[in-house]
Design a protein around this ligand. Sequence first.
Ligand code: SF4
Length: 371
Amino acid sequence: MAGLYFHIPFCRKACTYCDFHFSTTLDRMDALVQAMRTELLRRAHELRGGTVDTIYLGGGTPSLLSERDLSALLSDARTLGHVSDAAEVTMEVNPDDVTAEAIDAWMRIGITRLSIGVQSFRDDRLRAMGRAHNADQSFRSLELIAKAGFTSWTMDLIYGLPGMTIEEWTTQLDQALSFAPLHISAYCLTVEPRTALHKQMERGDVIAAPDEDQAQQFELLQQRLEAAGYVHYEISNFGKPGHFSRHNTSYWQGVPYVGIGPSAHSFDGAVRRWNVANNSRYIAGVNAGDVYWEEERPTVAQQANERIMTGLRTMWGVDLAQLPDLVPTTERALQRYLDSGHLVRNANRIVLTKAGKLLADRIASDLFLSP
Ligand code: SF4
């Protein structure tokens, strides 16, 4: 057991690009938190297989919850599971929720790491993305967080935005680095089906950034952050030594975790489970003692594909010794990418090169052991 994840499915506004599960109707928060506490209590046996080393409050917007609710979830976890004294306890926060008082409360209840959703330092970008905060709130919240004394903290940025120039991205990175974060996650904008952004693009109101621009911005990101002492340990993640996300790293390495809340996923080493992505059905299901989740036992090939997909995105790559025998199509694709310089092989491990990182998803799917 590595991790415990809580999904807090509420947001003030719907961001145009987001396909996570959340609701902007906030009036069922109490009922939802109560249902999550009940779910955790019922699944406590799943936590007892070992020490819980990381807890992650994600969403949605966990910083919308009161200190009382956050504290209840964390103290339930500590009472019901063996949570390590040195556990990493991360919470995602939005800049508009960050105040000196809130920071004091988060530290008091044992949050050790904050992940702040900055996304951009430009008001026009934030408005276009439908974010609930403005640039001023980002600056003020970062000043507070940087000096608050959390064990670690990270900020999220988005690049590859429509019309983004390399100059704009350079300025964004300069502004981010001026706060000396211990970790940065930078995501290239992806257009997910059924999002407002997808509709805007279908209508022609928004034009996607060209692939070449996104690739150029990704290269700049790597250069700037590596020059500033960050280790590029996963495609979208850069950390100062000692500040990699322990929770996400365990997840990428296939370590079991328990997910609590609507839409939360769990993995016990053999079975994957995912809760219903609907707040009302989740609350009703938990309260009635019904089944409000689905599960599947991935095949050997599916497990191998997941290892390839997640492992290849990390600096540790994929250990071929942990995969079943490679099928001929995988053997051929592997050789092709080694020859073209997109992959390197050290003993049994294959790792993406700088050129390979630009094509990570395509390379991974070409290496899959089954469709
Ligand atoms: S705040 Fe985060 S979870 Fe909520 S809509 Fe925006 S991107 Fe999605």
